[in-house]
Write a protein that binds this ligand. Sequence first.
Ligand code: BEZ
Length: 212
Amino acid sequence: MAVHIGAVAPDFTQESTEGQIHFHDWIGKNWVILFSHPKDFTPVCTTELGAVSKLKPELEKRNIKAIGVSVDPLDSHKKWIADIEDTQGVKMNFPILADADKKVSKLYDMIHPEWNDTLTVRSVFIIDPNKKVRLTITYPASTGRNFQEILRVVDSLQLTDSHSVATPADWKQGNDVIIAPSLQDPEELKKKFPKGWKELRPYLRVTPQPNK
Ligand code: BEZ
């Protein structure tokens, strides 16, 4: 079954390169990026795991933990990590689940048999500290992910969770945002958006990012 936005992220216990992980306990009060890889010792996956390790300071700023999934066993992951560190010039700093029994891959619908019966596609899930799924994306095996885009979505979610706004197309930190159409009370509007706003249409009101 597909995992939908708004659902509680399915819980599991699985082996990883950092020991056994009880997923909901491991999430704690953090945001999580859970992402799957088709296979160990493959070129695109190698670059992705290096790229996410290099993002550690950006993940920490946002209170995010990263965790990878691959259906290869633990001894294979451990050998592969040496290659990742050597070729990508970074120390791996987050766990990869060893999902040889496909427990997690099946739970999160990461195997798309129309593409391949046994390997996972490149799935991404953003999970919030309440353990709710907030984003799902699926990439093809031949396309490495843009992790800046995934960070951008976390930025948007963290902002829109705490202010009555949404973020427009291609938004990034510091750009103008959109006032939630449901917010209509003039006093509340003035209190929440003291910098003012531009009303392009009654449903499209643009304001400077409130927490900047
Ligand atoms: C890769 O990571 O390079 C890859 C993995 C599976 C299929 C195609 C490419």
